[in-house]
Design a protein around this ligand. Structure first.
Ligand code: FES
Ligand code: FES
Length: 155
C-alpha cells in the first residue's frame, strides 16, 4: 500500500512499488490529466510535479512517491482560479490536438518557478516536452505572457 498526497488530498493505492506513477495516477486513482505518450521519459506528456519538481511520471516508480506530494494539472487552479500559465494557454490558443498540453503546462509552471523571466533560449532549453502538432511557437508566446502576468505589481 502506498500513501501519498495528490493535489492536496491524501490518497492510497494498493500497487506494486515498481508500478510507474503514471499508471497509479491514471488507472488506479482516476487522475487522467497526465497522459501516456512514449513510456520512456522522452515526450513529457506524463509530466507532473513531485515535491515541486517536474518529473516524467511514466518513468518514476510508485515507491518514489510514497509519503511525497504530487501535483497534476488537476491541482493547478486554486480556489476556482486558473493558474496564470493556464490562462495564458487559453489567451494564446496554444493547444491543437491537446494531447501533450497538460505535460507542457506542468513543465512551463516549473520553469517559471525557477526562472520568472525566461528568455526564448531559456524556454527552448527547459521545455523539452514534445508536441506532434508543433505548437512550440505558441508555447513560447504563452510562457512570456504568463511571466508578464505573474510579475508583482509596482508600488
Ligand atoms: S509518456 Fe512519459 S515521457 Fe512520454
Ligand atoms: S497539441 Fe497535439 S501533440 Fe501537442
Amino acid at each position: 500500500m502506498i500513501e501519498f498526497t495528490v493535489n492536496g488530498r491524501k490518497r492510497s493505492a494498493d500497487v506494486e512499488p515498481e508500478m510507474p506513477l503514471l499508471w497509479v495516477l491514471r488507472d488506479v486513482l482516476d487522475v487522467k490529466g497526465p497522459k501516456y505518450g512514449c513510456g520512456i521519459a522522452q515526450c513529457g506528456a506524463c509530466t507532473v510535479h513531485l515535491n515541486g519538481e517536474p518529473v516524467r511520471s511514466c518513468s518514476v516508480p510508485a515507491s518514489a512517491a510514497a509519503g511525497q506530494n504530487v501535483l497534476t494539472i488537476e491541482g493547478l487552479a486554486q480556489r476556482g482560479r486558473m493558474h496564470p500559465v493556464q490562462k495564458a494557454w487559453i489567451d494564446h490558443q496554444v493547444p491543437q490536438c491537446g494531447y501533450c498540453q497538460s505535460g507542457q503546462i506542468m513543465a512551463a509552471v516549473a520553469l517559471l518557478k525557477k526562472n520568472p523571466n525566461p528568455s526564448d533560449r531559456d524556454i527552448d532549453a527547459a521545455m523539452t516536452n514534445l508536441c506532434r502538432c508543433g505548437t512550440y511557437a505558441r508555447i513560447r508566446t504563452a510562457i512570456h505572457a504568463a511571466a508578464q502576468s505573474m510579475k508583482p505589481a509596482k508600488a
